[in-house]
Ligand binder design. Structure first.
Ligand SMILES: Cc1cc2nc3c(=O)[nH]c(=O)nc-3n(C[C@H](O)[C@H](O)[C@H](O)COP(=O)(O)OP(=O)(O)OC[C@H]3O[C@@H](n4cnc5c(N)ncnc54)[C@H](O)[C@@H]3O)c2cc1C
Length: 399
């Protein structure tokens, strides 16, 4: 057990993306900084992110890419530490990276490059890190006392960077929310985001028979739509478009999927009926989709039309087909939950925090940063950018 008599300038709870960035930034300003991490490694989520290649930022990140009760909250931090500031840091370390698509920057080699860069920065700035050190209680004051499984620590400033509930195996914990409640801060209801959707019996068999098939669709929940790849799986639907829309979908809500987002099916079918009268409906569908999807979808929705030629379709049939292709209404049974979710929606109310410094308005020597805050990015590098920006804002604000 440690009975550390030292009073640190800054104590950071959590050595994830946000906590490490805050620690580095505070240390650069000359402060003594200790980071406490309950896992046996730092940055576990960074390591597993982006399929092992860490999609570390997005060149086109704006406030529009974030969900929050206050869509403007993220702007100040993101202007203090921009996407280009993080890219500069990556360039300084000669880490090779590439744009995969849509402004998403990934490491060429491995996510380890990003973790090693952050650890090198910590070492250069004299940041101390204690691993397998789980914080259990905090006594807030002018000097905070933090109790852990490795003893007690004291600090003048406390930065809470304990992340969200997603993937408990990788460190997801509710501790930050608990601390917010201890300070009487509001915590918005939490739920899994960027997560695959699961379906009940009706669709389960169809989706399982298509497991591995991917197709571009537009998915809509409420007023939000995304167009990208959808992947059928044994459990339901996944792929980038489904992860994106999952953050906007609430249990019980319908989901609308346009299975041919670039085709006005009604018009195109009516034309095809005249011009390719003898073509089978199955062949026509196979011209737009992978054949496996065309077969399974037709067998599921219109088994009696399996052998149908286009000329045999009435106008009413074309309308019905168009509706079920361009506006397929589904009711997901649930999400896969925190077990596979990339993020946790909701969290510490932004109204309780300064958007410039991330400090708690009622307790200005405590800061909440990263995923624990009610700011959640879309898929595509936006969540790490929020971690870097909010971490910087807090670290830079410490007087
Ligand atoms: C599979 C997966 C892939 C992802 N891929 C991407 C991607 O490519 N791009 C992107 O932008 N985002 C991605 N994300 C999201 C991104 O990882 C998170 O948004 C980001 O890691 C949040 O950073 P954070 O520092 O706030 O929290 P975390 O990274 O979760 O760090 C919190 C840390 O606090 C520690 N901790 C918790 N409780 C305690 C306690 N009581 N005492 C001490 N330590 C504690 C945890 O062990 C953890 O290390 C992905 C997420 C997952 C799960």
């Amino acid at each position: 057990m440690t009975h550390d008599s030292k009073t640190w300038d800054v104590l950071v709870l959590g050595a994830g993306a946000a906590g490490l960035m805050a620690a580095i930034t505070a240390a650069k300003r000359g402060h003594s900084v200790l980071v406490l991490e309950r896992a046996n490694k730092v940055g576990k989520k960074i390591l597993m992110s982006g399929g092992g290649r860490c999609n570390f930022t997005n060149m086109y990140a704006t406030a529009e890419n974030y969900l929050s009760q206050n869509r403007h909250f993220c702007k100040s931090a993101m202007s203090q530490y921009t996407v280009w500031d993080f890219i500069d840091l990556v360039n300084q370390y000669d880490i090779p990276y590439h744009e995969k698509e849509l402004g998403q920057l990934f490491c060429d080699r491995s996510s380890k490059d990003i973790v090693n860069m952050l650890l090198d920065e910590c070492a250069d700035q004299g940041v101390s890190i204690r691993m397998t050190c789980e914080t259990s209680t905090v006594d807030f004051g002018d000097v905070h006392q933090v109790d852990t499984n490795q003893g007690s620590f004291k600090a003048r400033h406390l930065i809470v960077a304990t992340g969200g509930l997603s993937i408990p195996k990788m460190g997801g914990s509710g501790f930050g929310y608990q601390l917010a409640e201890q300070l009487s801060l509001k915590v918005w209801p939490k739920r899994a985001g960027l997560v695959p959707l699961v379906f009940s019996d009706q669709y389960k068999l169809l989706f399982a028979s298509l497991a591995g098939v991917s197709v571009e669709v537009t998915a809509t929940a409420g007023k939000q739509s995304f167009t990208h790849k959808m992947l059928f799986t044994h459990r339901g639907l996944s792929g980038p478009v489904v992860l994106q829309i999952s953050s906007y979908w609430d249990l019980g809500d319908p989901l609308t999927i346009d299975l041919m987002p670039h085709v006005v099916v009604k018009e195109v079918l009516i034309r095809a009926k005249k011009e390719q009268a003898n073509q089978s409906l199955l062949l026509w569908l196979s011209g737009h989709w992978p054949k496996q999807l065309a077969q399974a979808w037709l067998a599921f929705h219109y088994p009696e039309w399996a052998q149908m030629q286009l000329q045999q379709l009435s106008h009413g049939d074309c309308e019905q087909l168009a509706q079920s292709i361009n506006q397929w209404q589904l009711k997901p049974a649930a999400t896969e939950g925190y077990r596979t979710a990339e993020v946790t929606l909701g969290g510490v109310d932004t109204d309780a925090l300064s958007s410039k410094t991330m400090a708690v308005k009622s307790q200005p020597n405590v800061y909440f940063i990263g995923e624990v805050v009610d700011v959640t990015g879309h898929l595509g590098g936006f969540n790490f950018q929020w971690a870097w920006s909010s971490g910087f804002a807090a670290g830079n604000a410490i007087p």
